[in-house]
Design a protein around this ligand. Structure first.
Ligand code: NAD
Ligand code: ZN
Length: 364
C-alpha cells in the first residue's frame, strides 16, 4: 500500500481586503531574469477579461515593467492558448519574475500552466497527464474571483489539447501563493456563482460518497458541504458572509478531493465538455440533475437548491446527437477510470456499461 504524498500550496492569505497585501507579498519574488541583470524581470498579471475597465485593475500592484494581460475565458483554457501566452512572454521579456492569475478557475488554470511553460520545453499538450512536467515553473500565485472549483489548491490545470482534455497534474503545478479575498467574488452573476458553487458541492458529494474516502478527505469534505448548505440551503438572499463561506468551501472541497477523487457527475460531464464544449460548472449541474441512482440524497438536495435559488439548469443538450457523438462522449467518460472506481468500486465496469452510460447521456 502506498499513500499519496501530495504537494500543497506554499502560502495562503485569507480575508476581506487581503488583495491589498499583494504588493508586499510579491516584493521578495521580484528578481532579475539572469543574475547580474540590473533590472528585475516583470510580474505578469493574467486577469479574467471580465475585469477589463473595472476598479480591481487599478488596484493591481504594477511596478517597473510588469504587465497586465486580460485573458479570454469565453472557452475553457486550451493548450494552444497557454503556449501562445508563454511564447509571447518569452519573446517580449526573455524571463519573468512570476505569473499571477486573477479570475475564476479558467484564469487560475491558465496562470499555472503559463508559469510551467516558462520553464519547460515544447507544448503544454506534451504534459497533459500525470507527473510529466519536468521542471518547476516560475513563481506563481492564484487569486480567485469565483468560488467553487478548488483550482486554487489543486495540483492540476485542466486543459483542452489536440487529442484530449486533461490536466497537467504534477508536484510543480500547485501555486506558490494564493490570496483568498472574498470581496473579489462579490459581483459575480447569480447563475455563474451557483454553477461554480455547485462544482464545490458536487466535489463534496462525490468525495464523501466515494470508495476512496478516508478521514482526511472526510474532514474537509464535511466542512465544505456544511458551508455550501449554509449558503445555498439555509439562507435567503446573498450577503457578504456568503462570499466568505463559499470561498472557504471551495478551499476545503479542493482539499477533500486532493486525497480522494471526484465521481460520476465529473466523469459524465467531461464527455459533454469534450464534445459540446459545455463548461465545467454548468455541465456538472446538468449531469447531477439525473444522478438519483448514484447519489440519492445529494441529488435531492441539489434539486432543492436549484429551486430555492431560482436557477435554470439547461435540459435537452444531447437532443439530436447521433451514435458517433454518443460514442465519443462515452469513450471520454469511460477513460476517467479513477473517477469511476472511486464512485462505484473496483468492479465499476460491470456496473457502468456503455449501454447504461448512453441511456444517461440521452437524458441530459
Ligand atoms: P471560469 O473561470 O470559467 O469563469 C466563468 C465566467 O465568470 C467567465 O465568463 C468569467 O469572465 C466570469 N467571472 C469570473 N469572475 C467573475 C466575477 N467576480 N464577477 C463576474 N464574472 C466573473 O469559471 P469557474 O467555474 O471558476 O472555472 C471553471 C474552469 O475551472 C474550467 O476551465 C475547469 O476546467 C476549471 N477547473 C479546474 C480545476 C483544477 O483543479 N485545476 C478544478 C475544477 C475546475
Ligand atoms: Zn469540478
Amino acid at each position: 500500500m502506498s499513500f499519496r504524498n501530495f504537494k500543497m500550496v506554499g502560502y495562503v492569505v485569507y480575508g476581506r481586503g487581503s488583495f491589498n497585501q499583494l504588493d508586499e507579498i510579491l516584493a521578495p519574488h521580484r528578481k532579475p531574469a539572469r543574475p547580474g541583470d540590473g533590472e528585475n524581470a516583470p510580474m505578469i498579471f493574467l486577469v479574467d477579461h471580465f475585469f477589463e475597465g473595472k476598479p480591481l485593475v487599478e488596484r493591481i500592484p504594477v511596478r517597473g515593467n510588469d504587465k497586465v494581460m486580460f485573458v479570454d475565458v469565453t472557452y475553457e483554457p486550451k493548450t494552444t492558448y497557454v503556449d501562445s501566452l508563454a511564447q509571447q512572454l518569452k519573446d517580449e521579456f526573455g524571463g519573468v519574475s512570476g505569473v499571477i492569475g486573477i479570475g475564476g478557475g479558467s484564469t487560475m488554470d491558465l496562470a499555472k500552466a503559463v508559469s510551467l511553460m516558462m520553464k519547460n520545453p515544447g507544448s503544454s499538450a506534451d504534459y497533459q497527464g500525470w507527473d510529466l512536467v519536468k521542471n518547476p515553473g516560475v513563481y506563481k500565485a492564484g487569486i480567485p474571483t469565483l468560488s467553487g472549483t478548488g483550482a486554487e489548491v489543486s495540483r492540476t490545470t485542466v486543459l483542452t489539447g489536440p487529442t484530449k482534455k486533461l490536466g497537467m497534474n504534477s508536484d510543480f503545478t500547485p501555486f506558490d501563493q494564493i490570496v483568498l479575498d472574498p470581496e473579489l467574488t462579490a459581483g459575480a452573476p447569480v447563475n455563474q456563482r451557483f454553477y461554480t458553487g455547485m462544482d464545490c458541492y458536487i466535489h463534496c458529494i462525490e468525495s464523501l460518497e466515494g470508495t476512496f474516502l478516508n478521514e482526511f478527505s472526510k474532514s474537509y469534505g464535511e466542512k465544505a458541504l456544511q458551508l455550501c448548505r449554509d449558503v445555498f440551503v439555509n439562507r435567503d438572499g446573498w450577503d457578504v458572509e456568503c462570499d466568505d463561506k463559499l470561498m472557504m468551501a471551495s478551499y476545503a472541497g479542493g482539499m477533500s478531493i486532493a486525497y480522494s477523487q471526484v465521481g460520476v457527475a465529473h466523469a459524465v460531464s467531461y464527455g459533454l465538455s469534450y464534445l459540446l464544449g459545455t463548461k465545467h460548472g454548468i455541465g456538472n449541474c446538468i449531469v447531477m440533475n439525473h444522478l438519483e441512482e448514484y447519489y440519492p440524497a445529494g441529488v435531492k438536495e441539489f434539486k432543492y437548491m436549484v429551486e430555492k435559488n431560482n436557477i435554470d439548469i439547461p435540459a435537452g443538450i444531447c437532443k439530436g446527437l447521433g451514435d458517433e457523438d454518443f460514442n465519443k462522449m462515452i469513450n471520454v467518460s469511460m477513460g476517467m477510470k479513477p473517477l469511476w472506481e472511486n464512485a462505484l468500486g473496483k468492479d465499476w465496469e460491470k456496473i457502468m456499461t456503455r449501454e447504461k452510460l448512453r441511456a444517461l447521456y440521452e437524458k441530459l
